[in-house]
Design a protein around this ligand. Structure first.
Ligand code: MN
Length: 239
């Protein structure tokens, strides 16, 4: 049976002349490609009431949480930092409910970029709301703009017994487009990789089949980076 993987959508919160309306839900095609190339069936889950999380999780075998807005600090007990970027409380609440429900149903989850952050927050962890001003030993450029999304730019330091071993190696370069980052990891999560300045770049929990990376493998699919597809394959292999 082909594995069905739910991808909670992002949305356009602002009026957009292309669509003539607000609140358009979307998922970038690269995430779809990464999953279909791995032999899975992606299913987009439009943002809805958190109460629908159970019904959504019922119809999929796993979930992939993708990139987007900053996470609202209300969900980890802080007031908004002066440099907090755009948030979407509705998306946060929906995804937090999906994380909890997926764990309850013992279905694997994979977080990418914001996906890593929302999983950490959903499980009780915290974030740097504005990495450049709040992480005092920052020495690596984690928002590589204006460099293209599919260009890998910074190295990783991978822990020896991580699921990432055999998928990526110490020479692997990743791309980096994140304003926020995990600060305190939630209980039960294991740190898998950092950047060379110590910022959390990957964590997991093999018991609950939780996996997350801070970079964007879906964009690296366009950049001739073979480890990018290997990462999707490795997650699908966990289902
Ligand atoms: Mn980074």
């Amino acid at each position: 049976m082909i594995k069905k993987i739910g991808i909670p959508s992002n949305n356009v919160l602002h009026a957009n002349p292309r669509f003539g309306t607000n609140y358009v839900d979307y998922v970038q095609k690269n995430y779809i490609d990464g999953l279909t190339n791995a032999g899975a069936l992606p299913v987009i889950l439009p943002i809805a009431q958190p109460e629908l999380a159970k019904a959504y999780v019922d119809i999929v075998d796993a979930l992939v949480f993708v990139g987007g807005q900053d996470v609202s600090p209300e969900y980890f007990g802080e007031e908004p930092h002066l440099k907090l970027a755009e948030i979407d409380r509705g998306r946060d609440a929906f995804e937090i409910a999906l994380v909890a429900e997926a764990i309850r149903q013992e279905k694997p989850i994979f977080g990418i970029c914001r996906g890593l952050q929302i999983i950490n927050v959903a499980l009780g962890g915290t974030l740097y709301q504005d990495l450049p001003s709040q992480y005092h030993t920052l020495t690596v450029k984690h928002d590589q703009y204006p460099t293209k999304w599919y260009m890998p730019t910074h190295h990783l330091v991978v822990k020896s017994d991580s699921w990432l071993n055999g998928v990526i190696n110490e020479n692997t370069l990743v791309n980096s487009f994140h304003h926020q980052a995990a600060k305190n990891l939630a209980a039960g999560l294991t740190l898998d990789a950092t950047s060379t300045d110590g910022v959390v770049e990957a964590f997991s929990d093999e018991n609950r089949r939780i996996y997350a990376v801070q970079w964007h493998p879906e964009m690296l699919l366009m950049g001739q980076v073979p480890e990018a597809q290997a990462l999707f394959n490795a997650f699908v292999g966990k289902i």
